[in-house]
Write a protein that binds this ligand. Structure first.
Ligand code: FMN
Length: 170
């Protein structure tokens, strides 16, 4: 079993992908990781679209340069008819979908598959492009694929704030 902190610290955002296809069993494992995370009240509002066909990949690459040349792009959404609300009205949907995305990112890395979290697109355009119904809210794109030989971590990858800056003990 891999050491979790080693896995989490070695993962970096991959923005150059090889031509190698992702095996179906590995894609299934990545999607499984998105299924089993915690969600508020176990409402499981996360909905994941696998952008894999040539037509769908062309559409997403037209919308954003941040799909890169990944062979598969996951579009992570939540269903606001299903997600729960906190007492103050906060909708948990984005929290739940975010956890699913993080789990998929780390499972992919464990399988030798790279990814990059993407939110640098116009949400309204994305939702229109794929005709999402009003109750589906997009949260992130996750291009995934085997890293190219030329892939390397960006300088931002190793720029971490100090634990003292991040943590306050009360
Ligand atoms: C919410 C969020 C949005 C992001 N959006 C983009 C994006 O649109 N394009 C991109 O290339 N990277 C994007 N990233 C990746 C970050 O730039 C990257 O995670 C950060 O620089 C740290 O690098 P590392 O992932 O290699 O450790 C995003 C990351 C997060 C968490």
């Amino acid at each position: 079993m891999q050491d979790f902190l080693k896995l989490a610290s070695e993962r970096y955002s991959v923005r150059k992908y090889s031509d190698k296809e992702i095996e179906d069993e590995k894609l299934d494992k990545i999607l499984k990781a998105g299924q089993i995370g915690p969600t508020a009240n176990n409402s499981q509002p996360q909905r994941i679209f696998v952008i894999k066909s040539r037509d769908a990949l062309e559409k997403i690459r037209f919308l954003t340069p941040y799909a890169f040349n990944a062979p598969v792009v996951l579009m992570i959404c939540y269903d606001e008819n299903v997600s729960g609300n906190a007492r103050d009205g906060h909708d948990y949907g984005a929290d739940d979908a975010t956890i699913a995305t993080a789990q998929m990112m780390l499972e992919a890395w464990d399988l030798g598959i790279g990814s990059v979290w993407v939110r640098g697109y116009d949400k309204r355009e994305l939702e229109k492009l794929f005709d999402l119904p009003d109750n589906l809210v997009s949260v992130a794109l996750l291009p995934i694929g085997y890293p190219s030989d030329k892939s390397k971590p960006s300088p931002l990858h190793s720029r971490n704030i100090g634990i003292d800056e991040m943590v306050t003990y009360l």
